[in-house]
Design a protein around this ligand. Structure first.
Ligand SMILES: Cc1ncc(COP(=O)(O)O)c(C=O)c1O
Length: 464
């Protein structure tokens, strides 16, 4: 066996990693080169000969660095992206080194136990009646898992066994979604056999919240049909929450006529339930049957870490059951991930999730949520003072949507702010108009970051 002297290579890599992390406060947030330029750097022929590992790492860092966005920076406000709290970053390094294939409890006991405990902690922090949960890549796959279980359960309630008989000839399942749902819901539904034309789209208000009365009306059409209802805790643009309690009550009545499953997409918003002062926003989320959320967004674990949760343990296992003669089954008290996740081989994401929760504790998670929301409120106040700026959403969480006059000016301000490097918001279309969205999701964002971002916007507004 070839033995490697790991120390020098990993010490060297640690120095490079530390340089990157220490440089974040000063580094321009936007990458220096775009993907086309980077492509030219890396698009070479397959190398014929082996290369010394340290030289490989140096070449990687030299080539990649100009194409790195400072996503873990406190001034990265694009999409909804967290950083990594230190214990989670360090645990994630160990995850790579330990290289556990976290598919089974017998094969990788530490990974299995720690994932299961971390998931229980998540359920407790979010105060959700979870009976079964699993880690996946992100909210996209978590919604896929939740809706797959829902599809099976509502069809079962209508007398159809989708695990045995598939979808051909199955009773029609109605799928009701809010007008401002996230695109990952559509994709999860498509993968599960529910095409775009079959969706019933329920109206949403100006902040993107589903109209519960409109849902009630929609459920009276074909009231005996099995149905999936997709709700949202935290709109990707403005952070608004569907009226989850009212929706839960509407569904409870409609269940007198048909089996109905409620899935709640709370990729980041569900974490509001971990902060006492914000919890009311997501009140009623506990009435759903399944939930999707992420640790890699607001909880600040490194990518990737999605979380699928459900109150229906037996259905979860039945739908995701892998089973293979050569694979070990559950061990007492710890379940096999392969029987709960879509994948067999999988990264042991539980180590980083456990480490983040262990570092922050209940208080740290609540403070992270509150602090980022407070920064978002300050950004909203500061931006609203600039001439011609409209804050388009009710800023209830860590998200804001702003517009600078017309579409062209808004896009020009966005381009200038990003090019300036001081902060990185991202663009969107909101109520049919171009807008800039700001998500404060990073655990390191502080008052100085907020001030620098406001200065950058003030400069860009004056110049455009
Ligand atoms: C509400 C919502 N749902 C789903 C997603 C998708 O999450 P992921 O990229 O982890 O799959 C996002 C991403 O921002 C989101 O905001």
């Amino acid at each position: 066996m070839q033995r490697t002297d790991w120390g020098p290579l990993l010490d060297h890599t640690r120095r490079l990693a530390t340089e990157f992390l220490d440089g974040l406060p000063d580094r321009p947030v936007a990458p220096a080169r775009d993907a086309t330029a980077l492509h030219a750097t890396f698009d070479r022929a397959v190398p014929d000969e082996p290369t010394d590992p340290r030289a490989v790492i140096d070449e990687l860092v030299r080539g990649a660095d100009p194409g790195l966005t400072a996503m873990p920076s406190g001034r990265f406000f694009g999409w909804v992206i967290g950083g990594g709290v230190p214990a989670a970053v360090a645990a994630d390094w160990l995850t790579t080194v330990w290289d556990q294939n976290a598919g089974s409890a017998e094969g990788t006991p530490a990974a299995a136990v720690i994932e299961q405990v971390a998931l229980r902690w998540v359920a407790e922090l979010l105060e959700l009646p979870v009976a079964s949960a699993v880690l996946v890549t992100g909210a996209q796959m978590a919604s896929f898992v939740g809706l797959a279980i829902g599809r099976s359960e509502v069809l079962r309630g209508a007398g159809w066994d989708v695990e045995a008989d598939g979808l051909h000839g199955a009773p029609r399942v109605r799928v009701l979604v809010g007008a401002e749902r996230h695109g990952t819901i559509d994709k999860a539904l498509r993968l599960l056999g529910f095409g775009a034309r079959g969706l019933t789209v329920v109206d949403a208000d100006r902040n993107g919240r589903m109209d519960a009365a409109a849902l009630a009306r929609a459920l009276t059409v074909d009231p005996g049909a099995p149905a999936l209802v997709c709700t949202q805790a935290g709109n990707v643009n403005g952070g608004a929450f569907d009226p989850l309690r009212a929706i839960g009550e509407v569904v409870a009545e409609a269940r007198a006529h048909a089996p109905i499953w409620v899935h709640c997409d709370g990729a980041f918003g569900l974490w509001a339930r971990a902060a006492p002062a914000r919890r009311a926003l997501a009140d009623g989320a506990e009435l759903a049957d399944s939930w999707s959320t992420d640790a890699h967004k607001w909880l600040n674990t490194p990518y990737d870490c999605g979380i699928a949760l459900t109150r229906h343990a037996a259905a979860h296992r039945r739908v995701m059951r892998g089973g293979a003669a050569y694979l070990p089954d559950d061990v007492p008290a710890v379940r096999t991930a392969f029987d709960h996740a879509p994948e067999l081989s999988r990264r042991a994401r539980g180590f980083a999730l456990w480490a983040a929760l262990r570092q922050l504790g209940r208080r740290g998670v609540a403070e992270l949520v509150e602090r980022t929301c407070a920064h978002a409120a300050r950004l909203a106040e500061g931006l609203a003072r600039l001439p011609g700026v409209e804050v388009m959403n009710d800023v209830v969480l860590n998200q804001l949507v702003v517009r600078f006059g017309d579409d062209a000016r808004t896009r020009a301000v966005l381009a200038r702010v990003i090019a300036g490097g001081a902060c990185y918001p991202s663009g969107t279309t909101w109520r049919g108009a171009a807008a800039i969205r700001i998500s404060v999701s990073n655990w390191t964002t502080d008052d100085d970051d907020v001030s620098r971002a406001l200065e950058a916007f003030a400069r860009a507004t004056a110049e455009v």
